[in-house]
Design a protein around this ligand. Structure first.
Ligand SMILES: [Zn+2]
Length: 414
């Protein structure tokens, strides 16, 4: 697979406009074990297709390179567990699933979703490329799991071995496929004639409105809208028949996709109309986003350099993938950070990719009481500010970078 082929990953048109050039970026989840900043970097370019309205990055790093070394799977929150268990109950009821039915999930992780089907007596198959994670699904949750990527060739193998599915789940994985139409073609191969695929992915509208450009990284090839998915489904010989907004990952959409011949419901039509009305897929809309991102980063850069000039100690909170995008885009201003704190022991002792800043336990905030901490996990602002009340009481402050630069002090907490 080429890193760059200059064509839209959905419609193959070459009508691509660069919206945001995020420069050379390391792989956001590859936290190195030493401060060597000469690790491999790749360009990261956010673009819009003028033909099918798909937002995407232009680069395609092979998934094997991105995901084979996946150390860090986030634990599933209670909110996520409630979300998937409610969804499973609804699908079992609506589609009358039982012991004769069959459910598949792509990127089934540790079985967090499929275990709810098993509890209700519905046979399942999980497909998960990370062997250590698949092992947990099999041993701890009794979820039959194949260690594989999901693509047209493996879909044929699953179909031949296990038969067709009544429901196929794909949560937070579709945008990680370098070839989304190929992914849907694979879905078509394994769906029963009246089966449905339930696909959940972050909504690009929320990304743009929130200015959350830091969720752009090499693992996320596509940034989906209803218009773009509607088009892709059609190209793959399928039909988008229902959509629903969900709060997952800061704003996602649950797409229901079936074989062609099933009509789209009113919600799909409403979303298509709405996205066209606000101009979501237009260059003007995209360029406004780009301008906001550049303004925000210039402001943050100035802020950090000012503090550095005064010899203040500034750190960051949250060694997340999106932190990596933001810090590497900032470049030299980010290298002035003394350290990054993170709650995960797996990340502590390693370094932020690209900028070589060490990752320490969260306790370091109190031990070293830096003047300010950039909140890279800005989506958990309230939770983190509450947990770190003592740091704020002692005069510490959080710098929230997104959607707008502002500071959180003890005063703003009360
Ligand atoms: Zn396109």
């Amino acid at each position: 697979m080429k890193i760059l082929d200059g064509k839209c990953r959905s419609c193959r048109s070459d009508d691509l406009s660069v919206i945001l050039d995020l420069g050379q970026q390391p792989l956001a989840n590859s936290l190195p074990e030493n401060a060597d900043t000469n690790e491999k970097t790749y360009p990261l370019t956010f673009a819009l297709c003028g033909n099918c309205s798909l937002y995407q990055i232009l680069e395609s790093i092979p998934p094997e390179e991105l995901f084979s070394n996946y150390l860090y799977r986030s634990a599933f929150s209670d909110a996520m567990q409630a979300h998937v268990s409610g969804l499973v109950s609804r699908l079992i009821g609506e589609r009358r699933l039982g012991a004769d039915s069959f459910v598949m999930e792509v990127a089934s992780n540790d079985g967090y979703l499929l275990k709810h089907y098993i509890a209700r007596g519905v046979p399942v198959l999980g497909i998960e490329p990370a062997e250590n994670i698949a092992d947990i699904a099999i041993k701890e949750h009794g979820v039959k799991t194949e260690v594989e990527f999901f693509e047209v060739t493996t879909a044929k193998y699953f179909y031949d071995k296990y038969g067709a599915a009544d429901v196929l789940h794909a949560h937070n994985v579709f945008a990680h496929s370098p070839d989304p139409v190929g992914f849907l073609s694979a879905v078509r191969k394994v769906l029963k004639p009246d089966g449905v695929a339930v696909i959940e992915a972050p909504y690009v509208l929320d990304l743009i409105e929130l200015c959350a450009f830091d969720t752009i990284y090499h693992e996320h090839y596509s940034y989906l809208s209803v218009v773009a998915v509607h088009y892709m489904a059609d190209r793959a010989g399928l039909a988008l028949i229902d959509v629903e907004r969900t709060p997952i990952h800061g704003g996602s959409i649950l797409y229901t996709i079936a074989h062609q011949g099933t009509a789209a419901n009113g919600r799909v039509i409403d979303f298509l109309d709405y996205e066209r009305e606000i101009g979501l897929g237009t260059l003007a809309y995209a360029q406004n986003f780009s301008q906001r991102v550049q303004n925000l980063c210039r402001e943050l850069e100035k802020h950090l350099l000012n503090r550095a000039r005064k010899n203040e100690v500034v750190v960051a909170y949250g060694a997340s993938a999106k932190g990596s995008t933001l810090l590497n885009y900032l470049g030299d201003a980010a290298r002035k950070l003394s350290f990054v704190v993170d709650r995960s022991p797996l990340k502590q002792g390693r370094y932020m990719p690209g900028i070589g800043v060490p990752i320490k336990p969260v306790e370091s905030l109190l031990e070293e009481q830096p003047e300010a901490a950039v909140l890279l996990s800005w989506n958990f602002e309230r939770e983190i500010a509450r947990q770190q009340r003592v740091y704020l009481e002692r005069g510490g402050r959080f710098i929230v970078p997104v959607p707008k630069l502002r500071e959180v002090t003890l005063a703003s907490l009360d």
